[in-house]
Structures are given as C-alpha cells and as structure tokens.
Design a protein around this ligand. Sequence first.
Ligand SMILES: Nc1ncnc2c1ncn2[C@@H]1O[C@H](COP(=O)(O)OP(=O)(O)OP(=O)(O)O)[C@@H](O)[C@H]1O
Ligand SMILES: [Mg+2]
Length: 325
Amino acid sequence: MGAEQLEYYKAKYRTLEDLPSVGPATASKLREIGFRTVEAIATAAVSELVTAGIGEATAAKIIAAARKSMAITFVRGDELVKLRSNMHRLTTGCASLDNLLGGGVESQSITELYGEFGTGKSQICQQLCVTVQLPFEQGGLEAGALYIDTENTFRPERITQMAPRFGLDPEEVLRRIIFAEAYTSNHQMMLLENSDEVIKENNIHLIVIDSVMSHFRSEYLGREMLAPRQQQLNKHLHKLIRLARAFNVAAVITNQVMAQPDVFFAKVVRPVGGHILAHTSHSRIFLRKGRNNVRIAKLTVSPFLPEGEAPIRITERGIESDEDV
Ligand SMILES: Nc1ncnc2c1ncn2[C@@H]1O[C@H](COP(=O)(O)OP(=O)(O)OP(=O)(O)O)[C@@H](O)[C@H]1O
Ligand SMILES: [Mg+2]
C-alpha cells in the first residue's frame, strides 16, 4: 500500500465510529472492553472484538479496515531498516547505562529492569519519566510518560529533585507524567487495556510498569494457579507490546528476582515471571549492588547488543555515572 493510500485511510478512519459497521452502540461497547482508538482495533484479534457482541465476520471486516489506516504490512529487509528508523532511543540520563544499551531504551519494545530491592529499578524508571520529556537532540522524545505503579513507590518529590539536572522545570515535568496506582493484577491489566486514549491525547512515548509481577505473584499462589497466572500475564504483556508498537512507545517494566534454589555455591538469581516474561522482554537488565554504594547494571538479554556491565550511582540528582558531567 502506498503512502498516499495510507494517508487517505488515516484521514478517513479517525475514530471508531468512522469504521464500517461501527455505530454508536458498537463503538461504546468496544470502548468498554478497552478498544478506544483505531490503532487499538488495528492490532486486535477477531476473538477480542467478538466479546463486544460483534459477529466474527463483521469483526474481521472492522479490523481489516482499521489496518488500512496503519502501516501493518509485509516489508522487505531494506524497507525494514527504514521502518526501524521510526524507532527511537530514549536516553536514561546516565552515560554508562546509555552506552550499555547502545544509546538508551528503545521504543516499540519492552525493556525489563530486574534485581533485588534497593538496586535502583524504580529510580531509573522515574528518571526516564524526566528524560522522555527532553528534546530529541538531547536524547529525549519530547513526550510524556505513563507510570503504572503497583508498589506505591513513585515519588513526585524525586522527580522534582531530578528535573533541574536536565534543565527542566519540575512543575512542567510533573504535568507531563500521567500516574496510576494499580491495586490488583486485574486493575493493573485494566489500566493498560484502557490506556490508548490517554497515550494518544498526552503524547505518551514512555510506559512504565513498576513492578509488573508483584500483584500476579501475591495473588496467584500455589502450583495450580501457575497456568492461569501465566495466561493473564501473557495477555498483559502482549497488550503492552501492542501499545509500544502502535504508538512508538518505549515500554519499561521492573521485576523482582528470586534465588535459584538448585544453585548452592554462587548466588544466582533470576527474574520471576517464567518463560512468558523472558520471551516478551526484548532487553533485560540485571541490577545488583556493588561496593561503595555503586550499582552494577548488566545487560543480560538484547536482540543485538553484546552482554556488558555498567557501574551507576544513585545520588540526590538521580541516576549517574562517572562519565556524566
Ligand atoms: N534522594 C536520594 N539520594 C540518594 N539516593 C537515593 C535517593 N532516593 C533513593 N535513593 C537510593 O535508591 C535506593 C532505592 O532504589 P529503588 O527504589 O530504585 O530500588 P528498587 O530496585 O526499585 O527496589 P524495590 O525492589 O524495593 O522496588 C535506595 O536504597 C537509596 O539508596
Ligand atoms: Mg522499586
């Protein structure tokens, strides 16, 4: 499909009601189950729309129409390079961490920060909420952030401390962070499922879920709950990926670790969440405490970068390294 045609359909299908067979009643049902924008419909599955009481054939037709307004298509490798150029890298504001990540965290993908308590996961997330607002030439995305907090650790005062270092006005920065506390795993899922309008309206290009697993972990106890837990988690993470792709968003999630029970001599830990989380996170960073209050970030999984380590410090000003001036 040519660019002109794409523009044509983008202009034609602006809201749900513009799509074929979607009247006001269907549109409101779709919104109720979390599909609030044409982009969300474009990346939906037929079975999901069926739950809004839409017949399969109609659902397929609606999705096909929505897809015409989005560049979802097969591409050649050389074209992929161009598409990827849409991908942005968001600076962490910490030079050593940026180097480790090849420049920063990527949009259109999920970056997972995992490690023990107090290793700096939430600090990095909060700093990203500041740096995402920076101009492009300073490594930012000139955009806002959406922060889903499950552990009540987000602190506006911390943002206020971090902002001046980047030359930003704290009040202004706080205005562009959309915050939501998730009380249960269901609530957490619902927040994300209903976020596409918020993302669009507030020009959000960073979504943080801090932490992604804590509710799932505490609510689904016992072996027999593992399968349903993983199923829900899978759904949640796929929603996150779809949002990241549809809106060119950098998704950053944090995760706790648990000790590997079968390893005796070395202290080996792995992130919780099992295979599903492992396979949906595109980059994984392990954080641990080093000497003299230094934290060590280690890139353990990346689609294209070599493994490596970076020392970082948590100070009053935020996350820093020796390379930062
Ligand atoms: N204003 C500050 N100045 C210096 N260091 C700070 C400041 N605020 C927080 N820290 C440091 O950050 C650490 C907490 O980091 P953070 O909250 O990111 O941990 P976490 O990895 O998210 O842990 P958890 O698993 O408990 O969520 C504290 O232990 C403290 O050393
Ligand atoms: Mg934390």
